[in-house]
Design a protein around this ligand. Structure first.
Ligand code: ZN
Length: 92
């Protein structure tokens, strides 16, 4: 059974970037974030926006407040936020 979930970045620079992912092969929220980060960087680099791609690396994108299990047991196409705002790692 496929498990499609929608992810959208919440961030002052990259907010609005959306990606639909089939999550059944992901083991952690960090795995999901890494795919989204790489996808965003690839788009920026392929468009010649290398400075912005470097900005992506300075962010600590994360999914806070919810667990991987919450994402797994969510509904088809449910949206989850990938946050770039929190500065304190203890917040996520
Ligand atoms: Zn956050």
């Amino acid at each position: 059974m496929s498990q499609i979930r929608n992810f959208e970045i919440s961030d002052e620079i990259f907010g609005g970037y959306m990606l639909e992912l089939e999550i059944s092969n992901f083991n952690s929220k960090q795995d999901i974030c890494n795919i989204i980060i790489n996808s965003l960087k690839n788009i920026l680099i392929s468009s010649g926006l290398t400075t912005l791609a470097g900005e992506v690396d300075r962010k600590k994108f994360h999914i806070h407040d919810i667990t991987m299990e919450d994402i797994r047991t969510g509904y088809e196409n449910q949206k989850f936020w990938v946050c770039g705002f929190c500065k304190n790692e203890n917040e996520f």
